[in-house]
Design a protein around this ligand. Structure first.
Ligand SMILES: [Zn+2]
Length: 329
């Protein structure tokens, strides 16, 4: 395990995983902004992660791109690198690094629950597991997302003269909410904030079922009565949202478990829909990995480290700079 440091840097081969500063070779687990940055010499990632990086940052956001398919091995000196689905967003991957029979997995952001908008999480056996812990506290027990979406559909049926505006991150969450609506047989056009358009088009091009959608344009206020509108969370409070009739403000996030947080943000209809694992899923992933050494990063490290130590595993937190717990996508 000593071949990777606390910044997820493998010195022997000069490879970083999800570095926040421009580097020579960067393996990118997924295209969220706190993992994928502009300006690396070489990016190694899945095709979808690379496509989304280009959509967000431009064609030349890295000098060179190396596409690695899920399950395909890349040999660099005496290291073997393989990507496996992380179930987080489209294109997201865990990274398996093998050297001298030692297997180390960096999960990146992941969720184990089913999601039609990306390949589902794969459990990997390893010696060392570096796991995220965004929701690494026992209070986080995510409900069934389909049941959460039903709350939204019922509210739309009840409040025909209102529109529902749902705050959802532009990459991943917005498209997942759209897909969940379709799974629950909601067939009306879904209206989207302009900043979501390119990503929604990309998801559609990848055959993800998000159904009919249209960008919000200026229309009579009455046009949006009874409609569902999806916008990035930052738009909920700005002037953009004032054009709609009797809006009911919703938010789709794992953080909506914390009632106080929903209240502070003026969210009337909180929807607990997360693209990260909850407490039990984190524990389950650790158990299934059979790892003897568990390093914990991205979020609420302490409780998970304590759990591991109680279960006779070697464990410590990894403090990676440049990550914030709350505003993650
Ligand atoms: Zn993410």
């Amino acid at each position: 395990m000593d071949f990777i440091n606390h910044q997820l840097f493998i010195k022997d081969i000069n490879v970083h995983i999800d570095p926040i500063l421009p580097k020579k070779i960067a393996i990118i687990t997924h295209a969220h902004a706190d993992h994928a940055r502009y300006g690396h010499d070489e990016v190694i990632a899945t095709k979808q992660t690379i496509d989304i990086m280009k959509i967000r940052y431009g064609e030349n956001c890295a000098k060179k791109y190396t596409v690695l398919r899920y399950g395909q091995k890349l040999q660099i000196k005496d290291y073997q690198i393989t990507l496996y689905p992380a179930g987080h967003i489209l294109g997201s991957a865990q990274v398996l690094i093998e050297k001298n029979k030692h297997r180390l997995v960096v999960t990146g952001d992941y969720k184990v629950g089913k999601d039609e908008t990306c390949k589902n999480f794969k459990s990997i056996k390893c010696d060392t597991l570096i796991t995220e812990a965004t929701f690494g506290l026992p209070i986080f027990q995510h409900p069934d997302p389909k049941e959460e979406i039903k709350k939204l559909i019922n509210s739309v049926k009840k409040n025909r003269s209102s529109c529902h505006i749902i705050g959802a991150y532009a990459l991943g969450k917005a498209q997942r909410v759209m897909n969940l609506l379709r799974q629950n047989n909601y067939s009306d056009t879904i209206y989207i904030h302009g900043s979501l358009e390119k990503l929604c088009n990309y998801y559609r091009s990848q055959k993800i079922n998000i159904g009919l959608f249209e960008k919000v344009v200026s229309k009579d206020r009455s046009f949006y009565e009874g409609r569902i509108i999806i916008a990035p969370p930052s738009a909920l409070k700005d002037r953009w949202s004032r054009r709609f009739p009797n809006p009911i403000i919703c938010m789709a996030s794992g953080w909506m478990t914390v009632k106080q947080r929903a209240k502070q943000r003026g969210i009337e209809l909180p929807l607990v829909i997360s693209d990260h694992s909850d407490w039990n899923e984190l524990l389950d992933t650790i158990k299934k990995s059979k790892a003897k050494n568990v390093l914990v990063t991205h979020g609420q490290e302490d409780a998970l480290v304590y759990y591991c130590k109680q279960n006779n595993l070697l464990s410590k937190p990894l403090s990676i700079q440049g990550r914030s717990d709350e505003e993650i996508e």
